[in-house]
Design a protein around this ligand. Structure first.
Ligand SMILES: Cc1cc2nc3c(=O)[nH]c(=O)nc-3n(C[C@H](O)[C@H](O)[C@H](O)COP(=O)(O)OP(=O)(O)OC[C@H]3O[C@@H](n4cnc5c(N)ncnc54)[C@H](O)[C@@H]3O)c2cc1C
Length: 455
């Protein structure tokens, strides 16, 4: 019988997780998560790559996962260090026969597995299934190399030609833990006091808690308890409130939920309530997520741009801190920093402003989002930034008319008043007028659009 090591990364759940699924018995199973210590170091002067909000959510997810594993006769080991070195040492020390790790979209993650495979040689079987997406690569209706340049074309092909596999339930029992293997996880305050003490600003309307059960509870709330899914298509562009969108992204990004679980739950809801544009649109958004995942796999290192990051300048730092002088943008950036989350509409506006009005390098914006977002996902984050900038597969670029967006999505100025109380006393719509002094500091280019940096 095999001695198996499951190297968990963005797949912190038991249901619909091929890494903990066994068609035939195994002698033992060692589940390990390694927090890359490089993520805790400063990146480009922006702070650690993993900010407090995400690190806390990650730890909550790991604690919850350990509970689920213990209940099934297994356990979890969490280490902090170089993932390749740590996993290689475990494989060697515990005479592992089979190493399981999902195929990630991120280039760095792929490189790490390649380095590990090289180090271990052919004596250890490496199994790399797809996991977490709606479709596996084998289910795609076209070869990955022929991925269409536009999402619409991808969606048409998938809708016409692909069958989405169903999700699997969690296993009831798991192979035993190797007798001599270490177990457990370090206390978060020893790794990052800031993350251990992190609480989201209550103005964000929502408090995310990591873990599979919390993700399933949110899914249940959004579909069955509140029924908010019935109006998703009308509400999804809002800026404030807890139920205008699913808020499932953090659980999907950490793999506490798989996209297939969400898909199956929406289909079950539709079987009772009938299909509608709104419930169907949730699935369209999950397809966007898949599209960025497959695009990232195709693009490799190019996803992050080919040149070194430029140094940060004052304009960029003002953008990060919500001090550009443009109320909608400043409110969005303050919300992001204070809560770790931002609506899709606010993300688009903030990205467009940095790229097209400030002429900033989109990669710095993506790096700042990586640090701040609780739902950071390499493919979705860098893919969306490239999409807005028009430097990815879709070369059109998406520049937003910020004053128009502000009037359309924050007509009463409530959003701005929430995040910039000093503007609250001004008459309705006044908060969206650009304040002259600030605009002069960051003037939009005279002819309109600043061409995006395409490194
Ligand atoms: C500049 C920028 C950066 C982004 N960075 C990330 C990121 O790091 N991680 C991330 O998950 N999403 C990212 N997004 C996509 C999107 O903004 C978030 O997925 C969404 O706002 C999360 O809220 P929700 O779960 O309520 O989404 P909903 O609107 O309820 O959508 C349901 C699910 O569909 C997926 N989804 C929706 N829109 C997109 C999209 N445009 N691209 C990919 N997947 C999507 C998400 O998994 C989401 O949870 C980014 C968008 C922009 C414009």
């Amino acid at each position: 019988m095999r001695r198996v090591l499951a190297w968990l990364r963005g797949d912190l759940r038991l249901a619909d997780n091929p890494l903990v699924r066994f068609a035939s018995p195994a002698e033992s199973l060692l589940c390990v998560y390694v927090l890359d210590d490089a993520w805790l170091e400063d990146c480009a002067g922006l702070g650690p790559r993993i900010g407090a909000a995400r690190l806390r959510f990650l730890w909550e997810s790991l604690i919850a996962l350990r509970g689920e594993l213990l209940g099934r006769g297994s356990d979890l080991l969490v280490l902090v260090g170089d993932p390749v070195a740590e996993v290689a040492a475990l494989v060697e020390r515990h005479a592992i026969d089979q190493l399981r790790v999902r195929r990630d979209a991120g280039w760095e993650e792929g490189r790490a597995v390649a380095r590990l495979a090289e180090r271990l040689g052919s004596g250890v079987e490496l199994w790399q299934p797809d996991s977490g997406t709606l479709l596996d690569e084998d289910d795609l209706p076209l070869p990955l190399a022929s991925l269409p340049p536009s999402f619409s074309a991808f969606r048409r092909r998938v809708t016409r030609d692909a069958t989405l596999p169903a999700s699997w339930p969690a296993p009831v029992t798991l192979p035993p833990w190797p007798e001599d293997a270490p177990r457990g996880l370090p206390a978060l305050h020893r790794i990052s006091p800031a993350a251990a003490d992190w609480t989201a600003d209550a103005r964000g309307d929502f408090c995310f808690a990591g873990g599979e059960a919390a993700g399933l509870a949110r899914l249940d709330h959004y579909l069955w308890q509140s029924g908010a899914v019935a109006s998703y298509k009308q509400t999804r562009n809002a800026l404030m409130g807890s139920d205008f969108s699913t808020r499932l992204a953090p659980w999907l990004a950490h793999g506490c939920l798989s996209a297939r679980q969400v898909h199956d739950a929406v289909r079950a809801w539709q079987a009772t309530h009938g299909a509608s544009d709104s419930s169907e649109w949730v699935i369209v958004e999950l397809l966007w997520r898949d599209y960025f995942h497959w695009a990232a796999r195709q693009e490799g290192a190019a996803l992050y741009g080919r040149q070194r990051l430029p140094p940060v300048d004052d304009a960029f730092l003002h953008w990060c801190r919500g001090r550009t002088g443009v109320p909608l943008i400043d409110s969005a950036m303050r919300e992001l920093f204070a809560t770790g989350w931002l609506s899709n509409r606010a993300r688009q506006n903030a990205a467009s402003f940095l790229i097209f009005e400030l002429g900033g390098d989109w990669r710095l914006g993506a790096a700042w989002f990586e640090r701040c977002l609780v739902d950071y996902d390499a493919a979705s984050n860098w893919g969306n930034w490239r999409y807005v900038a028009g430097v990815g597969r879709d070369r059109r670029g998406h520049r937003f008319d910020i004053p128009w967006q502000a009037r359309r999505y924050d007509p009463e100025g409530d959003y701005v008043a929430r995040w910039q109380p000093s503007l609250a006393s001004q008459p309705v719509a006044q908060p969206h007028r650009l304040r002259c002094a600030d605009v002069q500091r960051f003037p939009p280019s005279p002819g309109g659009k600043v061409p995006p940096v395409d490194p």
